[in-house]
Structures are given as C-alpha cells and as structure tokens.
Design a protein around this ligand. Structure first.
Ligand SMILES: NC(=O)c1ccc[n+]([C@@H]2O[C@H](COP(=O)([O-])OP(=O)(O)OC[C@H]3O[C@@H](n4cnc5c(N)ncnc54)[C@H](O)[C@@H]3O)[C@@H](O)[C@H]2O)c1
Length: 677
C-alpha cells in the first residue's frame, strides 16, 4: 500500500459503505470472553450505544451483528471495522496531519495496537488482559480521523476511548486530553467495570494503553531489571553461601514476560511458571526465555544443575505457579527471590488461573460458573501463600510485584497478614522502588523517535549516556548507584535488542536527568542531528503520576496513601505547563477502583518554546511527587526536595517538622508514674 493510500484510509474515519465482515482470526491472541453481566434491557442499550457511531442505513445489519458479538464475547468490538491496513508505528510524515503533535499521537496509538506489540490487538487491548486503547473499532477510526484534521488551535477530547470531539483551544494547550474509567467513586467495583464496559460507556485504560504510551515489553524489562538488581542487593545482606541466586515467579504475558529477560540481565537464574502455552511460545520464540520445561521433576533437576554450574539460565515452566512453589518446598530447593505476576488486578476474568484446573477448564468455568470459579481462585491463592510461607521461613525474600497479589490473597483468607493487620510481605515499592528510586525522583522516563529510524534511536542512546555520565561525576552519594545502573543499562540497551514496535527507549532518571536529556534531544532535533521530532513521556510507575496504595504509593506512611490529590494535580499541572497530551485514569496495574494515575506525552519538535515547556513541565512532573513524599516524611524525598529548592528559584515547598516518637507515645500511653513519685 502506498503512503498516499494509507493516508487516505486513515483520514476516512467511519467508511461511507459497509466494509465486508472480518473472519475471526484464530492465529491472533484474543481476549477471553467477558462476563455476561447485562440485563436484556441493558443489552438493548449497549446495542443502541454502539449504533450511535453509524448512519441509520447500516443499523439493520449492524444491530444483529453487534448483538451476536455481545453474546459471543461479552463486548461489542465492531470487528468488521478493523482497518485492512497494517497498524504499526511509521515515520511521522507517513500519517496524514496538519499538526505535527497529532501525527506523533497517531504514531503512538498505532504502536499500541500493532499485532506484534498488543496482547489482544483485535479487541484493542494492549496489555494486562484488559488494558484498552479503545473500546471498539469505530472509536479508533474516528479518533484517527480527528487527529488527521486537527490544527494547533484545537484540542481533542477522549472519554474512555470515545472521541467526544475537537474543541477550539490555543497553541500552548495540550492537543489531546484523555480520561479513562473516571466514574463516581461509589461505582468503582469490578462488576461496575464489567457493566459499564459492556454498555460501551467506560473502559479500563490500564496505564500506558489508554494514554498511548506503551512501548512494548522494553519498559517493563527495565523496571524489572532495576527491581531484581536491587532486590538481590537487599537479599544478599542476609544470604549465606555464595550459590547462584534463584528467582521464582509467574506470568509470561504482556508485562510479566519481561521477568526472565530481566533476570538474565541481572545475573539471576529464573523459573517463571505460565499456564498459557501461547504466551510461552511468544516469549520463547522472541528469545526472552531460554528453555521450556513441562515436568516438575525435570524442572527440579534442571535448576539444581544450573546452580551447581553457575549457569545463568531462564526457564519457563508450563504449568501452575502454585505447583512450582509446593514442589520446590517439598524438594528443599532454596529460592532466594520470589514474586508473582499473574494478573490479579483482574482475578475473576482470566487474570489468575487456579491450581488444580487446566487452562481450558478455567477458561470455560469462569464464564459458565463464575461463582465456582471464584471459589477455585480463592482456594488456589490460599495454597500458594501456604507454600510461599514455607519458603520464606527458610530465607526467601518475597515481594509483591504490583499485581494486587497480597491484596487478593488477603481477601481470599490466605495467611498473609501480620498480627497488626499489615501484610506479611513488602510490596516492591515499599522496600525497593520507593526508598531507592521514587524518593530521589528516579522514574521511568521514555522516548520514541518519530522518524521510526533505528539510527536516530542510537543517537539518542549516546546523548542520554553522555548526560548521565557527566551527572554521576557531580552527584551526591545517595543517587550514584541509580545513575550507575542506568548508565550500564543504556550502554547495553541496543545490544540487548529491546525494541518491539516503535523506536523507543526507557531509562530511570530524576528530574535533573530527565530535563537535561529532553533538552539535549530538542536541540538535536533543531540542529537536524535527529531526523524527526522525539516524543517523551513515562509510564505511570513513577514518583508523582500515580496514587496507588497497593503499589506506587504503598510506601507513604502518613495515612494519605488512600488519597489521590497528587495524581490529579500532576496531570492538571502537566497540562498547563506544556504537555502535548495528558491522560487521567481510574485503575491501572492493581485494578479498577484501586488507583488513580495520570500521564503525559510531549513532542520535542526542536523549537525554543518546546525547550521552555519541557523544563517547566518535567520539573513539576517529578517535584510534585517529591514534595508529597517529603511531606509524608520519607527521608530520601526530604533530601531531594532540599536539593531542588537550593537549585530552583521560585520553588518554595512546605516541609514537615518531625515530631519525636517518644513524646507522642507518652501522650497516648503515659508511662506509669514512678513509685513514691
Ligand atoms: N510491577 C510492575 O512494574 C508491573 C508492571 C506492569 C504490570 N504489573 C502487573 O503484573 C500483572 C501481570 O501483567 P501482564 O501484563 O503480564 O498480564 P498478563 O495477563 O499479560 O500476564 C499474566 C500471565 O499470568 C499467567 N497466569 C495466570 N495465572 C497463573 C498461574 N496461576 N500460574 C501460572 N501462570 C498464570 C497468565 O496466563 C498470563 O499469561 C498485572 O497485574 C499487572 O498490573 C506490574
């Protein structure tokens, strides 16, 4: 297809003639059938809602077809309207546009829906089982059309995938404002999501899916590498002997699939259990996991051999994680690091497969007998925790990996709570990411080269490495390790072949690093050293963007972790400081109703105005969270905020006075008066 033809099709929006129906492609990884939750009246409403996108002349055919989709899949995806062209990242100029920012957004959307990138591309799901870019193909088509005709004096508004329309605005405003899953708080249970999503009025955008900032599994490889490196450092403080470190976890899906690759980069032997053969094949064929084993005895033998030979190997076990924990406990296999990355943010609809059922049995039971399925999930979680507890008494360092494992296991009645009601195990944010990264402003800064050219990416890697290298020479002791880990990462990144989809890179940087790198990219675009603009952004697993009491803000201990002021302020502040697009989401990572998070994208087009905006916006985007963490009395954040205030004229933040614990204790629990006193 020529570029001209492609541009024409993208600009077309909803076609004037009905396209042919599309056969259901069995070679694609499809979303599981969703719960049949609507009443007969609500089903009529869902169909009427879907028909709103189309002229009346199509309604007779489409009403029947949409009802069939709702009955067969639990959702109306409008498969017939999936475009015939290949959806993928391309050179920015291959998209039809009047505003270069909107073309960059089209590139990012396309990458999120690429068959090679997205988890269930035909259902418009990018990752996490339910992380949606759009709810249906009409929304995709209309959004691309609006973006293709939008000027720098309009802003596109998207409500949970639905493009509400273009509204007049000004050149400095965001070109796009997205919200996902924003509902009235009392209507934010899992079943509310099922209902609203089936009606076509709300969606779960996860984090980077609904804000178009997903860059394939690279993002999570980096985060997981940093986590495993630091977890190993924590674990080594108490480890006896010098045998090779063994990491056990589950999931080879969208994000979890990064675990074996990250473990290898971190120099750790890994066993990752996965029940879905398709997920195993994908990761194995990509070279992200070295070996596949289906027999538990063979697994035990292979792990022992790898350890005795100090062979850093990554192993996929085809089967249930519960069986692995139990078998390793019986065989006395010493596990050093343990975690879980099943999709427990979505426990009843395919996120977690209970032990004792085959993959197929689970898939059918979750639809045919959801209550029985729930019981199986709960029993399995209880068993899993029992087995993990047997390991941790022998020294395994187990951490929750931000998938709501501790939360769901506790809800299932597993033995996972301390007598004080707190979880027995830390979340990786409490022990690792919070105190070592977030409190110092380090978070998942990322960029995408809009030329879609690997040469540009190589140049950006070199620019970023040289900036971090000059920073480390002058940096305080507290952040040297983070800088060193990221210099190592960026230097090896090309060699590790991490690009899947757009020419993208991620590294962890603090406010200063993000600003220096973005500024250097902007100048390189201006000088023509980079052949096209660069998009910068981040995921939401960061210092400021996300209020998530069971993940990103699980290390906030002043009682404010169930508030969401930080995330909401963050996105508002980003939007008036120069972001090209912003997004705000209910749900993400740990589940609908459990987190509020916001994101941004900024197009570095080489102009001076962009230079000014990026400095202002990135400074806020990091220091908002530093200020909040400092107010929560997190030591690292208090240190970082002090540094930021010394360097930044105009930054004046309220800092806490620290009360003496003894003084407060004595007020509430006065010491017994001395005898005779
Ligand atoms: N810590 C982080 O930084 C981080 C980042 C992103 C996602 N997450 C969370 O991690 C979870 C996984 O994300 P994902 O994108 O990989 O989801 P996913 O649904 O693509 O993958 C999860 C995989 O787990 C497998 N699985 C489920 N139950 C199993 C069991 N009992 N035994 C073995 N395998 C089982 C599934 O078949 C699936 O392939 C999500 O809850 C997500 O929110 C954490």
């Amino acid at each position: 297809m020529t570029v001209t033809d492609f541009k024409k099709l993208v600009s077309e929006g909803i076609p004037s003639e009905l396209p042919d129906p599309k056969p259901y492609d069995k070679n694609i990884n499809h979303a599981p059938r969703r719960k049949d939750i609507l009443t007969a009246e609500e089903k009529k409403l869902a169909i009427k809602n879907a028909l709103r996108y189309f002229p009346e002349k199509f309604h007779k055919v489409l009403a029947k077809e949409f009802y069939a989709e709702l009955s067969d899949y639990g959702r109306i995806y409008m498969y017939r309207f999936r475009p015939d062209y290949e959806i993928r990242a391309r050179h920015i100029d291959d998209f039809p546009y009047r505003s270069c920012k909107s073309a960059a957004i089209m590139l990012m959307i396309s990458n999120n829906l690429d068959n090679a990138v997205a988890q269930h591309p035909h259902e418009l799901i990018t990752y996490g089982g339910n992380g949606a870019v759009f709810q249906n193909w009409a929304q995709y088509r209309l959004t691309m059309k609006y973006l293709s005709e939008m000027t720098d004096h309009q802003t596109l508004v998207v409500y949970s995938g639905h493009p509400l329309g273009l509204f007049p605005s000004h050149a400095d405003a965001p070109r796009l404002v997205v919200t996902n899953g924003m509902v009235i708080p009392n209507y934010s249970s899992q079943d509310h999501w099922e209902r609203f999503n089936a009606l076509g009025v709300s969606q779960y955008g996860q984090m980077t899916a609904g804000s178009y900032m997903y860059i394939g599994p690279q993002g999570i490889v980096h985060g997981t590498t940093i986590t495993l490196l630091n977890a190993s450092r924590i674990m080594k403080k108490t480890k006896t002997g010098n045998d090779t470190t063994l990491f056990v976890s589950s999931g080879l899906g969208g994000m979890s699939g990064a675990q074996p690759k990250a473990a290898k980069i971190a120099g750790v032997v890994s066993v990752i259990a996965e029940v879905n053969p398709r997920a195993i094949t994908t990761r194995h064929s990509q070279g992200w996991v070295d070996e596949v084993i289906t027999d538990l005895n063979k697994l035990v033998a292979r792990v022992n051999r790898a350890r005795s030979r100090k062979e850093i190997v990554s192993i996929a076990f085809h089967g249930n994680i519960v069986d692995v924990w139990e078998k390793f406990a019986e065989e006395g296999i010493k596990v050093d690091l343990g975690s879980d990355q099943t999709s427990l943010h979505n426990p009843w609809a395919g996120g977690y497969y209970p032990a004792g059922l085959t993959f197929e049995e689970s898939n059918s039971m979750m639809v045919s007998d959801p209550e029985r399925f729930k019981t199986c999930v709960r029993r399995s979680l209880v068993r899993q925790v029992e087995a993990i507890n047997r390991h941790t008494v022998r020294g395994t360092y187990f951490f929750d990996y931000g998938n709501a494992f501790l939360l769901e296991a506790s809800r299932a009645g597993a033995d996972i709570l301390n007598p004080d009601g707190e979880f027995r195990y830390p979340s990786y944010v409490q022990d690792i990411m919070g105190p070592l990264c977030f409190d110092y402003g380090f978070g998942p800064f990322r960029w995408v080269c809009c030329s879609n050219d690997a040469h540009d990416l190589e140049k950006t890697d070199r620019i970023a490495a040289s900036i971090l290298e000059s920073m480390i020479k002058k940096s305080p002791e507290q952040i040297k390790q983070q800088l060193a880990d990221n210099i190592h990462w960026i230097k090896e990144a090309a060699q590790n072949k991490l690009v899947v989809g757009s020419q993208a890179r991620i590294l962890y940087a603090d406010a200063e690093g993000r600003i220096l790198i973005a500024d250097a990219f902007n100048k390189a675009v201006a000088l023509g050293e980079l052949s096209a603009p660069v998009v910068i952004g981040r995921d939401h697993h960061d210092v400021s963007g996300t209020d998530s009491p069971f993940r990103e803000t699980s290390d906030i201990y002043d009682g404010s972790k169930f508030t969401a002021d930080m995330a909401v302020h963050n996105v508002i502040g980003d939007s008036f400081r120069g972001a090209s697009w912003v997004s705000l989401h209910n749900g993400g990572g740990v589940g609908w109703g459990e987190v509020i998070n916001g994101g941004f994208g900024m197009v570095l087009d080489g102009t001076e105005e962009t230079g000014e905006k990026l400095r202002m916006m990135l400074h806020w985007d990091v220091n908002n969270g530093i200020a909040r963490r400092s107010w929560a009395r997190n030591e690292g954040a208090m240190f970082t905020l002090k540094r930021a205030m010394e360097k930044t004229p105009g930054l004046k933040v309220t800092v806490p006075y620290i009360a003496d614990d003894q003084l407060v204790n004595n007020i509430i629990n006065p010491p017994a008066p001395l005898k005779g006193g």
